[in-house]
Design a binder for this molecule. Sequence first.
Ligand code: NI
Length: 153
Amino acid sequence: MDDELMRIGVSIPAQLLSAFDQVISKRGYSSRSEAIRDAIRGYLLDYESFSQTEGEQIGVITLVYNHEQRGLISLLTDIQHENARIITSTIHIHLDAKNCLEIDVVRGSAADIRGFAERMMVQSGVFQVRVFVIPALSLRNVDKGTQNRANIG
Ligand code: NI
């Protein structure tokens, strides 16, 4: 339901905008505005499916951040300690001089995992947070399937 078009001003790092422009040019967008509208729609769809997940989940959260951002490491560590009950393990990879990739293996309620991911993604210096989860229930179904096959064999 597109209605009135609103004009907004957004500050974007030159490198990020340049990378975006390259992608939208390859995809054949005729206008940057249309590409940005699609990107926002995609963001909203992601949010919708993310926020509708319920029940116990198991999965990973990946985040990429700039460790030189003032106070960020300490803040992320605090957030992780507050969520220690759902973090099974953490892998930290130093990507380059400034950037780190962290992978948190998580198990817990969808709401808790969502809350944890959302607290990290809104911090300045955190570029990307991705959450991949599957219902813990489906693991039990897979286990059952394996057992059945073993019985037949
Ligand atoms: Ni690092």
